[in-house]
Design a protein around this ligand. Structure first.
Ligand code: NAI
Ligand code: MG
Length: 394
């Protein structure tokens, strides 16, 4: 078989630490591919005024598969301050390059599996009435619409005349009529029917393929009637094609409460961009947190796989690094699944599970320590040792 080319985008901070660890695991599992490096992140904002250079876009357009670490984003004023002096005042505006990638390539389906591993001290436990506790296995897979809604970027402070005029045509806008325009901030939540159908279809197909009994639509259509309403209606319509799979509806706020009550009842969950972001972090917290949370961004032609954590600047300079590489390794497994290498992905996941269950090698988060240089003396494995243990199993 011809060697595949994977576009490797470590990005910033601990992205640079964990991505090479995942590549080591892929290598050890016999995955044959060429990895081409691509520039992305803060460094390129500072030096070029563009955190997502065109050359990176070109590489992705050519090779179609990306493995991404993490990037650093900073607020508006910080971004302007750190821009190279010769670029200042030239109209460069910072944007998150990962959000940019999702939008540029219409990677509209985000998949975020949250599964507990046996023996992980970070697993969710629930206290019983008799004072004991139980540890129900959580296995939820969140399908998050990845390009629209509140993260769509259509927003203003002090909206321009035409926008302000349009807002004034809405009867409910009357309650803002006395607010000076410069004191108004507006972020839109735009949903399209097509994107709602696509995320719904992806979710039901996944549920069918992997035998999940239910698909839960997690939105808030009782209040956000238009957008949540459209997503709910479209996903239900898609669901009619899958008679064996139950369709449940929950509101995002209640869902967050149920996380601590009965998280094991949920299988596949579908949500818009922001609620999907929230509910997936919520579930990730039940199965180990950011050190375990993996994700895929999938479009028609292209896919990018990444841990959901960020660049964790607190830890980027620690030597040796201590962050948990498992989220990144599980993201690489999702890439293998996508490439049809499910057996290899399963083998790696089994080895990850075995290392966790044995409990001999644990990253600092699994020991519930506060991160810092002293965690190694307290028995935590370094990032590399964690990876080594997984490779040894392979
Ligand atoms: P973060 O995810 O980088 O870190 C938050 C905390 O989670 C860390 O301090 C650490 O305690 C823990 N953590 C994260 N990854 C871990 C790992 N692999 N192992 C063990 N513990 C881990 O989020 P934060 O601090 O809010 O943001 C830092 C920077 O990352 C910001 O500039 C933010 O914009 C960016 N970011 C980027 C994302 C991306 O690239 N997709 C996603 C989230 C944040
Ligand atoms: Mg998030």
């Amino acid at each position: 078989m011809a060697k595949r080319t994977i576009v490797s985008m470590p990005g910033d901070g601990i992205g640079k630490v964990v991505l090479p660890e995942a590549v080591r695991v892929l290598d050890a599992a016999g995955f044959e591919a060429e990895f081409v490096h691509a520039d992305i992140g803060w460094e390129f904002w500072v030096s070029e005024g563009n955190p997502l250079p065109e050359r990176t876009i070109d590489l992705l357009a050519e090779h179609k598969i990306g493995l991404f670490g993490a990037i650093t984003s900073k607020p508006k004023d910080k971004a302007a301050e750190e821009l190279a002096p010769e670029l200042r005042g030239k109209g460069f505006v910072y944007f998150s390059p990962i959000v940019g990638l999702r939008q540029r390539f219409n990677l509209d389906v985000s998949i975020r599996p949250c599964r507990s591993f046996k023996g992980n001290p970070l697993n969710f436990i629930r206290r019983r009435a008799d004072g004991g506790f139980e540890e129900p296995p959580v296995d939820a897979v969140i399908f998050r619409q990845n390009t629209e809604g509140l993260y769509g970027g259509v927003e203003w402070t002090n909206p321009p005349d035409d926008v302000y005029a349009a807002l004034n045509t809405h009867p409910k806008f009357k309650s803002f009529a006395d607010t000076p325009r410069e004191d108004l901030a507006v972020s839109t939540r735009i949903f399209t029917r097509n994107a709602c159908r696509r995320i719904g279809r992806a979710a039901f197909e996944y549920a069918k393929k992997f035998g999940y009994k239910s698909v839960t639509i997690c939105e808030k259509p009782n209040v956000i009637r238009e957008t949540s309403g459209m997503l709910t209606a479209e996903v239900k319509r898609v669901g009619a094609d899958y008679p064996g799979i139950d369709v449940w509806e929950t509101n995002i706020d209640a869902q967050m409460m149920w996380l601590t009550k009965n998280p094991e009842d949920y299988g596949v969950i579908v949500a818009g961009n922001m609620f999907g972001d929230i509910v997936s972090d919520g579930f990730a917290g039940l199965v180990g947190g950011l050190g375990f949370a993996c994700s895929a961004n999938i479009g028609d032609e292209l896919a990018v796989f990444e841990p959901t954590h960020g660049s964790a600047p607190k830890y980027e300079r620690l030597d040796p690094p201590i962050v948990n590489p498992i989220a990144m390794i599980l993201s690489a497994c999702m890439m293998l699944d996508h490439l049809g290498e499910t057996d290899r992905a399963e083998r790696i996941r089994r080895c990850v599970a075995a290392v966790i269950e044995e409990g001999k090698v644990r990253a600092y988060d699994m020991l519930k320590l506060k991160g810092g240089p002293d965690v190694i003396a307290k028995g935590a494995a370094t990032t590399a040792q964690m990876t080594d243990a997984i490779i040894e199993k392979l």
